[in-house]
Design a protein around this ligand. Structure first.
Ligand code: CTP
Ligand code: MG
Length: 189
């Protein structure tokens, strides 16, 4: 495989648990809001009714499930072990960090939206598409630097990071249109 194709595919592959975080949150979402209905000092909701404990849990759980399937896929197919998240507990930890980072970014995005007076569910370009990616990258840098450096920076790996950032709004839009069509989302963004 061409080395550029390989770093790009790996950058996307290792980000899959994070990418499905929002889907898991949307499927499992509803119920008690994370902010318990409370307001911030500006009189607006901390996060709003769109961020719930069920969504948080559903997002992290789906990320872990997908990470486990990926690990099995690498194990039972002839691709080499460089496609693994790591070995043993470090792999599980990395997958959990990816799922948590996704939801962390999503929640932080809503916090910022509320501060700017954007209502729950109201469209907010860039933030809606990138919050989970940025949240995941920040959490990865802090909690899993060696993994981040190896797969998203080192050598030509940064090309993969670039492609990841470019595809984000496109794939996000497609996934949300599908979610809207099948009745999972109230709005197609
Ligand atoms: N959801 C949830 N808990 C989360 C994330 C999402 O319950 N932590 C559910 C909510 O029902 C939410 C839906 O998934 O309405 C879609 O998620 P998202 O688009 O992120 O939320 P919005 O409703 O657009 O709210 P916000 O404006 O705060 O982003
Ligand atoms: Mg939204």
């Amino acid at each position: 495989m061409n080395e550029y194709v390989e770093v790009i595919l790996k950058a996307l592959w290792f980000f899959l648990p994070s990418m499905v975080g929002g889907i898991g949150a949307t499927i499992a979402g509803g119920g008690i809001p994370i902010d318990l209905g409370k307001n911030f000092v500006d009189g607006k909701r901390f996060l709003g009714d769109g961020k719930t404990y069920n969504g948080l849990l559903g997002g992290v759980i789906l990320a872990i499930i997908v990470g486990i399937f990926q690990t099995l896929a690498v194990h039972y197919t002839p691709v080499n072990e460089t496609w693994h998240f790591g070995t043993g507990f470090s792999a599980v930890y990395t997958i959990m960090v990816l799922g948590f980072g996704s939801i962390f970014g999503d929640v932080l995005g809503s916090f910022i939206k509320r501060r700017l007076g954007v209502e729950r569910g109201e469209k907010f370009p860039v933030m809606d598409q990138y919050d989970y990616v940025l949240g995941t990258l920040v959490v990865l840098v802090v909690l899993r630097w060696s993994f981040f450096y190896q797969h998203y920076i080192e050598g030509i790996a940064w090309v993969g990071l670039l492609v990841l950032l470019v595809q984000t709004p496109i794939v996000h839009r497609l996934v949300n249109i599908i979610g809207y069509q099948i009745g999972l989302k109230k709005v197609p963004w």
